[in-house]
Design a binder for this molecule. Structure first.
Ligand code: MRU
Length: 353
């Protein structure tokens, strides 16, 4: 799997005993690779959004745990205690992304299943597992792309929000994977990218990676989608997800819910693309999905300049929850799921009802 040859960049990888990632805070102006040699640095990179997007966060945490395991000694008791501490460190970085907790649980289960095995052997197994999580994520995105391509009409203009692309996954992308899949299936497709205040993932990241993929993209301010929908300029909406509850309620970047409501009012299909690692079947609905509140500074400042008067408070919930009733279909690597979601999700994830 040579993602650099295919996409021209990688999101995150293990290289020469360290975790390397493309620093997304600097895009589109500067392409810089961060080389991280400690678990603490990897956790900080997730918290500070050098790497972001739910699947990419999960993959990075898995690699960070494999890296951190090298910092622990060989004494079995100490290793177990130290590894639990590392899991807690990563779990405290971004609360909404289910893929983060899914990846941590998978790494934790591996260690639990290797009680009595030498620490050196466990370290090797952890790295293999993290690499497997990375490769599975790319494969899942490609499969989602092929399924989702069927939903996109030839010649369609697709609205997307935030960045759910190769930069938000280990490669190819979830929502942008659907768009890549449509293009790879020979369809002409154009993208409208919401700029996505306040972190501008749409303007900075979606536009950057689609331009590199030679997929036509136009950036719009978040408030422009309504009138463009009314003018009939948007064929469908495709977004990613940070967490999907058992009933199909979808947590995604703040502003997604308003697009879903607009799409319903204008009879535009609203699709969500996410791998199975994004589903949280312990939550019956979206009301208990933890919503990350990020720092006020990301709202009050722009490029180092204050844009809100000193002393005026701001709100900064980083995600919202779109009720399942607004979702036309959920594209996963297991197929395209339709309402009633409680049944289709349980069936696809093999949990029965
Ligand atoms: O705060 P971010 O940039 O991590 O938020 C990312 C999103 O909301 C994405 O749409 C979501 O994680 C899906 S990424 C495939």
């Amino acid at each position: 799997m040579d993602l650099v040859a295919e996409q021209g960049f990688f999101t995150v990888r293990w290289h020469d005993g360290a975790v390397e990632l493309l620093d997304q805070r600097l895009l589109p102006g500067t392409v810089r690779i961060l080389r991280l040699s400690t678990a603490a640095d990897v956790a900080a990179a997730i918290r500070d959004m050098a790497v972001r997007g739910a699947p990419a966060i999960g993959v990075t945490a898995a690699l960070g745990l494999a890296l951190g395991a090298r910092e622990l000694g060989d004494d079995p008791e100490r290793f177990d205690g130290g590894f639990a501490g590392l899991c807690d460190l990563f779990a405290a970085t971004r609360p909404t992304a289910k893929n983060l907790f899914w990846a941590i649980d998978r790494m934790r289960a591996l260690v639990a299943g290797m009680r009595g095995v030498a620490a050196a052997r466990i370290r090797e197994a952890l790295l293999d597992e993290a690499q497997a999580i990375l490769e599975e994520d790319v494969r899942a995105c490609r499969t989602m792309g092929a399924y989702g391509a069927q939903l996109v009409a030839d010649g369609a203009t697709v609205l997307t929000h935030c960045n759910a692309g190769a930069l938000a996954t280990a490669g190819y992308g979830s929502a942008l994977g659907v768009i890549r899949g449509a293009r790879d299936a020979g369809k002409a497709v154009r993208v409208l990218a919401d700029e996505t205040r306040p972190f501008l993932q749409g303007a900075r990241l979606t536009a950057w990676e689609l331009q590199r993929a030679a997929i036509p993209v136009t950036v719009i301010a978040d408030g422009m989608a309504a009138s463009l929908m009314r003018a009939g300029e948007i064929g469908c909406v495709v977004v990613g997800a940070d967490r999907i509850a058992a009933n199909g309620d979808v947590a995604n970047k703040i502003g997604t819910y308003s697009i879903a409501v607009l799409a319903r009012v204008h009879a535009v299909p609203f699709y969500v693309a996410a791998p199975s690692s994004t589903f949280d079947l312990d939550l019956g609905d979206g009301s208990r999905i933890p919503i990350e509140e990020r720092s006020a500074a990301e709202m009050t400042h722009f490029g180092g300049m204050r844009i809100v008067p000193e002393g005026v408070p701001v709100r900064h919930p980083a995600f919202d929850v779109t009720p399942a009733v607004f979702v036309s279909a959920i594209v996963t690597e297991l197929g395209v799921l339709r309402a009633p979601y409680r049944t289709s999700i349980a069936r696809a994830l093999g949990k029965g009802l």
